[in-house]
Ligand binder design. Sequence first.
Ligand SMILES: [Zn+2]
Length: 206
Amino acid sequence: MDLPDDLVLPLQRGAPWWYWSGGRPALNFVNTLRERWRRQVETLVTDEDLAAWLVAAQLLAEAPPVPAGLLERARELREGINAGLVAVIDGEPVPEAARAVITREMRHAAVPDELIRDAVGALAVRPVTPLEPAEYGLGLVAHDAARMFTPAEAGRIRVCASDTCSGRFFDRSPAAVRRYCSPTACGNVEKARRHRRRRREQEQTS
Ligand SMILES: [Zn+2]
């Protein structure tokens, strides 16, 4: 997915530029640093961005308070996941630093269950409300990344094949042959680009 060329950088707020082609929380999160091949556009600009992203990603029901330092930890986790996926795609092991940051953050995803009485008096088992919901939400992202790097799933991590995208996505196609983060956006842009390139080559040789 491409960004406009005339974007004023750095962004003041990231929310208008989020996209959701990653196919899972860990990769949608990595994609909050956009255009990694060129301008490195940061879309987790403020604490409010992080809170709003966790809601938009459907990890939390409402925007949480963001404790001091969590935005930096979030970006560190994001770049750890990215380092891991770049290594996996190159056929290398996930770097130790990436494993360490993922396991540090995923601990916060573990909350005990409680037995509650719902509005009509029926009993229900559900996770307790976490004390630091923002940290919990980030923990869910880390937990998803941890699962993604296990051998059963790691082979489906992809970087979009469009020259101008760099979006990361999880390939759930049955034959594991998907090439673009968005077949309609990036796939069509790339097809048109190839077509123009071929026409230019034909014109030069004729
Ligand atoms: Zn793409």
